[in-house]
Design a protein around this ligand. Structure first.
Ligand code: EPZ
Length: 432
């Protein structure tokens, strides 16, 4: 049964939040455990999220054993595992495609349903498959599933047409046992990529990644038990900072790596926000109404697409007209119509949103279409002057650990209720 969040808005948030471990680092590191044969990977600071549970269930379905308690996860894989992924789990979460590379590397074959599109775009995996083919895999699409055969993959040079996060991660893991050296070029440079590199290195992989978008992997015979630490979740942390900005509050987010969110901090300062930044935390202070700014989402270190909905919610109340251009995903503007229901004045022109700032937002019943759009609607509800209900919270619980506790700890007046009716609409699409 879906649930909804009832928010009584209008109160400046005040307090301190500890960032969770990064969802988008934990998922690929969990998938990397497939590369171990009869060994164990211990992962620290794993966030307790719906997507993490889905990935754990997927690994169990392949034959791994997964223990998960108090942010610590232990994944042991037997000498033999299955290479066929269960369609129901893969369709639940796109990040399931991250098991393709490790399965091919370890088993020489893999069968995986094509992950569907979702509310933010079609999200194909053509770059993943193109790279694996260059490494010698034969790939067939049979009834909407990828059937891959590889034998032993061979090291080669692969240029990514786009610095895809998932393709970078899948190809890096596929290359760990390949014959010879694999050079990946034009790779993603998100912090989560380097978290995976560190985890693979700790297991014995030979990888060079200097942050320039080139990653070199020397094939090895096998990997060994190890432990890995997950970096702080820069997107979750930024969401709480933006909630502080939108409510003109004072919010500290601790246990983070501030330089992972440089692009956001620079934009907030440009908008007139008052910030203090230490080695491990950021505080935003009341600074009155933000000034309008313009931005374009880009692969890291550019402004992250995963913060685009949340920053838009804050800019709805800024003075002047802001322009937000989405260059990473095809259609990541489904939150715009929901924000406009709350009195925002946003027009979409091609892949840009023109946001005419308003003095205040009004509460409304709104629909979360993916986890970041849902986070944006919560931010808008916290800033609005009366009651907002955000439906389809399931999306949000995928990426935000202890959401209710953390929001209440900074003064949010919220309650989680069962949705009287499942709100039909775009939320019927598979999850991103
Ligand atoms: C990762 O998704 C994140 N998910 C996404 O976060 C994030 O939005 C995205 O990277 C971009 O930063 C995880 O890490 C689990 P991409 P991923 O491959 O790997 C196109 C969240 O909210 N593309 O970098 O799927 C694709 O369609 C989620 O936590 C191809 O065309 O992203 C998109 O337009 C949402 N062909 C663009 O590239 C491919 O083979 C970026 O995709 C692969 C990607």
């Amino acid at each position: 049964m879906e649930s909804k969040m009832k928010i009584i808005g209008g109160t400046p948030l005040k307090g301190r939040v500890l960032a969770q471990g990064a969802k988008n680092a934990a998922l690929p590191v969990m998938a990397a455990a497939i590369l171990l044969k009869g060994e164990k990977l211990t992962i620290n600071r794993v966030p307790n999220l719906l997507d993490v549970v889905t990935m754990a269930d997927l690994l169990r379905s392949l034959g791994a054993s997964v223990q998960f308690k108090d942010q610590k996860m232990e994944i042991s894989t037997p000498l033999d595992i299955s290479w066929e992924t269960p369609p129901d789990l893969v369709r639940k979460m796109r990040a399931s495609s991250l098991v393709l590379g490790p399965l091919l590397a370890r088993c020489g074959k893999a069968v995986m349903p094509l992950p569907g599109g979702c509310s933010i775009g079609s999200r194909p995996i053509d770059l993943h498959l193109k790279g694996l083919t260059r490494m010698g895999a034969s790939i067939e699409l049979v009834h909407g599933a990828v059937h891959a055969q590889a034998g032993v993959l061979k090291g080669c040079r692969i240029y990514l047409d786009f610095p895809s996060v998932g393709a970078t991660e899948n190809l890096m893991m596929a290359a760990v046992f390949a014959r010879g050296e694999t050079i990946l070029e034009n790779t993603a440079r998100e912090p989560e990529i380097f978290n995976l590199v560190d985890a693979l290195r700790s297991m014995g992989a030979i990888i060079e990644a200097d942050g320039t978008g080139v990653i070199r992997i020397q094939g090895v015979e096998g990997l060994k038990s190890s432990s890995a630490n997950i970096i702080p979740d820069r997107v979750e942390a930024s969401t709480y900072i933006l909630a502080g900005a939108a409510t003109n509050g004072e919010v500290t987010v601790a246990n983070i790596i501030p330089n992972h969110i440089d692009s956001l901090l620079a934009k907030l300062e440009e908008a007139g926000a008052l910030l203090s930044v230490s080695d491990t935390e950021v505080t935003i202070y009341p600074s009155g109404r933000l000034k309008s700014v313009s931005l374009k989402t880009l692969p890291y270190p550019g402004f992250p697409t995963d913060l685009q909905p949340q920053v838009m919610a804050a800019l709805c109340l800024a003075e002047g007209t802001s322009v937000v251009q989405e260059s990473v995903f095809q259609s990541r503007f489904l939150h715009v119509s929901e924000l406009n229901k709350m009195g925002a004045r946003i027009d979409i022109q091609s892949n840009s949103a023109i946001i005419n700032g308003v003095e205040s937002l009004a509460g409304a019943d709104v629909l979360a279409t993916d986890l970041r759009a849902g986070a944006a609607l919560i931010i808008a509800g916290l800033a609005a002057r009366d009651t907002t209900c955000v439906h389809n919270l399931g999306h949000i619980f995928r990426g935000y650990e202890k959401l209710e506790d953390k929001l209440r700890a900074i003064g949010a007046n919220i309650s989680i209720l069962p949705s009287e009716e499942d709100v039909k609409g775009v939320s019927e699409l598979p999850r991103s």
